[in-house]
Write a protein that binds this ligand. Structure first.
Ligand code: ADP
Length: 451
């Protein structure tokens, strides 16, 4: 498995480019009014220049108008969805129209992208044909599992068959996958395609969730391109979704999904206002640890995620906290598959309150009770390609995704950044500038203020 997050190594490695997977709480029955009534503006650019994007043809107010199969509608209503979200109003008619067209969709986390592409996959596959027809790739196994849970809930009244392409899931001697929808991570997916366990000849839909991450040349780009190259040259609808599309992948995304309809939001609108952002001035690395321990009570009021840049840091601080009697869990790409699944499931069920992790779950993970995110280390651009340590830039996209793990669906959330020297201070200022959102100082001896 050549993926960075899964490759065992002695060297400390940044987990900036995870390959491995998940999203959930889709079974929540309460209608999400925040999501539906939010008034941010969606801009639509149609691939067909002649078409009028403001035409009512390209917007729906109800799921009925989409002409979906009744079993799918039943699944949608069973999930508690009464009408399409803002992005779904505009995206679904374009996603479901014939002949199929590609789409590049960008909107904040928690606005209904997953539901939109899952619905597209479910409505495009032929349930009478026992062959793979839709592939969905995600950057981590946790995210792939979360997407799968949405497929299974939404498709529960249909005869859909699904399969994972994630590490250690299929018996090694599997020779053929007959499931119609396959969700996985790129390394495992390409392995299954290469061994012809996945026959791609009837493929109709190819989805990249967290697409900017999936196409990044420093990360998963190569594997993702290889998967795409294995698909039939025509007939496959390519769908790219993410909350972020930094400039350096935007052009490539347009090539990867040619003639795509585009649905976008302004970057300023991407960082959510319901997340209050703080920083704490720590004296040095060791002081960061002391502050984290001092925050423990606060961390356990709801649920919290602590992000470190390296696996060994996540391991080290979690071992230390456990030894000191605190209850924390840790998760990163070097742990084995079963353990990862158990840890994220326990966290999702609320059995673990504090999760110490790396960028592996910075994206997509949808757990409502998370009300606090701590950036123990600020997210940084790939250090390996940088010769001078001074030049290391903050990874603003990852920052936005990390803090987006809290404040889901308009709930309140808090993020706390630890800075401990001149360099990290500057990096935080860059994040502040680029996101246009103020990060407020909290005195390290003034933790009560946050409660
Ligand atoms: P994203 O992929 O943009 O992060 P999701 O598709 O996961 O967003 O949707 C976020 C949450 O809102 C999920 O819990 C999902 O079940 C719910 N949701 C999505 N679409 C609707 C809808 N039309 N009505 C009500 N809830 C919705």
């Amino acid at each position: 498995h050549p993926a960075p997050a899964a490759a065992p190594t002695d060297e400390p490695k940044p987990e900036a480019k995870p390959e491995d997977e998940e999203k959930a709480d889709s079974s929540a029955k309460t209608p999400n009014t925040e999501l539906i009534n939010s008034n941010f503006e969606v801009s639509v650019t149609l691939a067909d220049q002649q078409a009028d994007s403001s035409s009512p043809l390209y917007s729906v107010k109800t799921f009925e108008e989409l002409g979906l199969h009744k079993d799918l509608l039943k699944g949608i209503y069973d999930m508690g969805f009464s009408k399409p979200s803002k992005i779904q109003e505009r995206a679904l008619p374009l996603l479901l129209s014939n002949p199929p067209s590609n789409m590049i969709g960008q909107s904040q986390s928690g606005t209904g992208k997953t539901a939109a592409f899952v619905l597209t996959m479910l409505s495009r596959v032929d349930f009478n044909l026992n062959k793979p027809q839709a592939l969905c790739l995600a950057p981590s196994r946790e995210l792939a599992r979360q997407i799968m849970s949405v497929i299974n809930v939404m498709g529960k009244f249909t005869p859909v068959q699904t399969e994972y392409a994630i590490k250690d899931n299929l018996p090694r001697n599997t020779t053929k996958i007959t499931a119609q929808i396959i969700v996985g991570t790129p390394g495992t997916m390409i392995d299954l395609v290469r061994r012809r366990v996945i026959d791609t000849s009837d493929m109709r839909v190819f989805v990249l969730d967290e697409a900017d991450n999936m196409l990044d040349q420093d990360g998963l780009g190569d594997q993702t391109i290889r998967v795409k190259n294995s698909l039939p040259k025509s007939q496959v609808q390519i769908l790219l979704f993410s909350a972020t599309f930094p400039d350096h992948v935007r052009a490539f995304a347009s090539k990867f999904a040619p003639n795509a309809n585009k649905i976008e939001l302004q970057r300023e609108e991407l960082s959510v206002d319901n997340i209050r952002q703080f920083y704490m001035d720590c004296r040095d690395e060791e002081h960061k640890y002391d502050i984290l321990v001092a925050l423990y009570t606060l961390l356990t009021i709801g649920q919290s995620i602590i992000f470190c840049q390296h696996r060994h840091t996540a391991d080290r601080i979690s071992a230390r906290m456990k030894a000191e009697g605190h209850h924390v869990a840790s998760l990163h790409g070097a742990k084995d598959a079963t353990e990862r699944d158990q840890i994220i499931d326990r966290f999702r069920e609320g059995k673990e309150k504090v999760l110490i992790t790396t960028n592996v779950i910075a994206r997509g993970i949808d757990i409502m009770q998370v009300n606090m995110v701590v950036n123990y280390d600020l997210p940084l651009m790939n250090e390996r390609s940088n010769s001078r340590a001074d030049d290391v830039q903050p990874d603003v996209e990852t920052y936005i995704h990390r803090i987006g793990r809290t404040g889901r669906f308009g709930r309140k959330g808090i993020s706390v950044n630890f800075v401990h020297d001149r360099k990290t201070w500057q990096q935080m200022q860059q994040i502040e500038e680029q996101t246009g959102k103020k990060i407020m100082r909290i005195e390290t001896n003034d933790i009560d203020v946050m409660e």
